[in-house]
Ligand binder design. Structure first.
Ligand code: UGA
Length: 463
């Protein structure tokens, strides 16, 4: 039986581990945090992610998923190790690689302890280009007897769609200078592809198709056509470049939304027309409060920092960051303009996007705090992220239990995250609860006609 170790139990590590353990691979899922491992041992995830619990449960019950805080057994038993730990950003925008090096050191040491002479070390964490080369040298320093077959295998899954994206492989990028290792990694993901053919994906897809074109067709393509084998440095650059381009697309849409706002056009209709060109595509051209989360902000600043280290300026990405930073103020100004007497405003949504409880760099949180600074009384509600949001929100923001209680007596409401429950809300009822009539749709996700039909004043971003 094939055995692999997956280090790190975040969105990438746990989704990969849980799904691989539902094939015939035995997976050691390793984390230094005992609390997290204890929860996974109970057969569930310690964070909210659509469909993940089911795979964790099946994996643990079958014995194929082994949650552990011990590197020793995991490395001894496995000939492939996946590194899936975080690479947070430092104050200067560059990536903090301390966890990456800790994992590399531990793996090299444990290989020495178990007299292992060779290991396939697969880097799934997002790292700056050139990291692989340095890590191989570093691991050799720790354990000179070890042959490290380093593989860069960037991960493209989205939070909120982690299960769906892991099963629906759109492309498999393998950066390696050793064809045998590349083939082994490919073989592992072939099993995921085969597993995916047997499952009903609609179960995990509540948010999977948001901002994504034609995902349903993915499994019709041939597996081999999805595999891109290249050198390590190229694979490393694929990942951050992909995220940077998506962030750029959103910021571009937001720039045009500002013009659309002034010119009286409708940005959603503009982008429907623009995105119908297959060279452009409709996805990631949805204007609104802007991009946040644990990936885009740090990957964009990381790319700029890496480019600068190489003496290259990336003014196009500097502009995307600037544009993104301005969107919260742009939306807040709309609330201020429509509610000149200020008063009470409800912020609906706190997570950085729907389908997740993650509030890292969430524009919604910045908006709530900004409205406090503007002198509003702010109440807020999110279907999943209230607990995680609390520590980042100004103390005076009052959290409410549901949409109705959030709207009770407010002068204005602003949609900050495009959760389906907000889209489907009964705005006639909302009108009855609110004391004012202002609805600012910071995600352009509501049906404006329905909102207006309820007697409310609807304003979007660029429409
Ligand atoms: C992103 C990428 O989409 C994944 O491919 C990648 O693997 C992941 O980063 C990562 O590096 O780990 P994620 O951060 O989960 O995934 O979120 P996205 O769905 O990409 O959304 C990012 C932000 O952009 C959200 O705040 C979302 O609201 C915003 N967005 C997205 C828009 O404002 N407009 C759009 O049209 C699309």
């Amino acid at each position: 039986m094939k055995k692999v170790a997956i280090i790190g139990t975040g969105y990438v590590g746990l989704a990969t581990a849980a799904i691989l353990s539902n094939t015939d691979i035995k997976v050691y899922t390793v984390d230094i945090d005992e609390d997290k491992i204890d929860i996974i041992k109970e057969g569930r995830s310690y964070f909210f992610e659509t469909g993940l619990d089911e795979f964790v449960k099946k994996g643990v019950e079958s014995g194929n998923l082994v949650p552990t805080t011990e590197y020793e057994e995991a490395i001894r038993e496995s000939d492939v190790v996946f590194s899936c730990v975080g690479t947070p950003d430092k104050a200067d925008g560059s990536s903090d690689l301390k966890y990456i090096y800790q994992v590399a050191e531990e793996v090299a040491k444990q290989c020495a302890n178990s007299d292992k002479e060779e290991i396939i070390f697969v880097q799934k964490s997002t790292v700056p280009v050139g990291t692989g080369e340095k890590l191989v040298e570093f691991m050799k320093d720790v354990n000179s007897e070890l042959k490290v077959n380093y593989v860069s295998n960037p991960e493209f899954l989205r939070e909120g769609a982690a299960v769906f994206d892991t099963l629906n492989i759109d492309r498999l990028v393998i950066g390696s200078d050793n064809s045998e290792s590349a083939e082994k990694v490919k073989g592992i993901f072939r099993k995921v592809f085969d597993l995916a053919q047997e499952l009903d994906h609609s179960e995990y897809s509540e948010y999977a198709n948001a901002y994504h074109d034609k995902l349903e067709a993915l499994n019709e393509a041939d597996f081999d056509d999805k595999v891109f084998v290249m050198d390590i440095k190229s694979a490393e650059l694929v990942k951050v470049t992909a995220n940077a381009f998506l962030a750029l697309k959103i910021s571009f849409a937001n720039s045009i939304a500002k013009l659309s706002d002034k010119a009286g056009s409708n940005i959603s209709e503009v982008m429907d027309g623009v995105g119908a060109d297959p060279r452009i595509g409709r996805s990631f051209l949805y204007a609104g409060l802007g991009w946040g989360g644990g990936c885009f902000p740090k990957d964009v600043s990381g790319l700029i920092a890496t480019a600068n280290e190489h003496g290259v300026d990336l003014p196009i990405m500097d502009a995307a960051v600037l544009e993104n930073a301005e969107m919260v103020g742009f939306v807040a100004d709309k609330v201020v303009d429509l509610t000149p007497e200020h008063g009470k405003v409800a912020v609906l949504g706190l997570s950085f996007k729907p389908g997740t409880s993650d509030v890292r760099k969430s524009p919604a949180i910045r908006l709530a705090n900004r409205l406090i600074d503007e002198g509003f009384e702010v109440v807020a509600y999110d279907p999943q992220a209230m607990e995680e949001a609390e520590e980042f929100l100004s103390d005076v923001v009052v959290l409410k239990d549901d949409i109705d209680s959030a709207l009770d007596g407010v002068d204005a409401v602003v949609i900050a995250t495009d959760w389906n429950v907000f889209k489907g809300y009964d705005w006639d009822k909302g009108k009855g609860l609110m004391s004012g009539d202002v609805v600012v749709d910071g995600r352009n996700c509501l049906d404006s006609e329905r909102v207006r039909g309820a007697g409310l004043r609807y304003v979007g971003v660029g429409q």
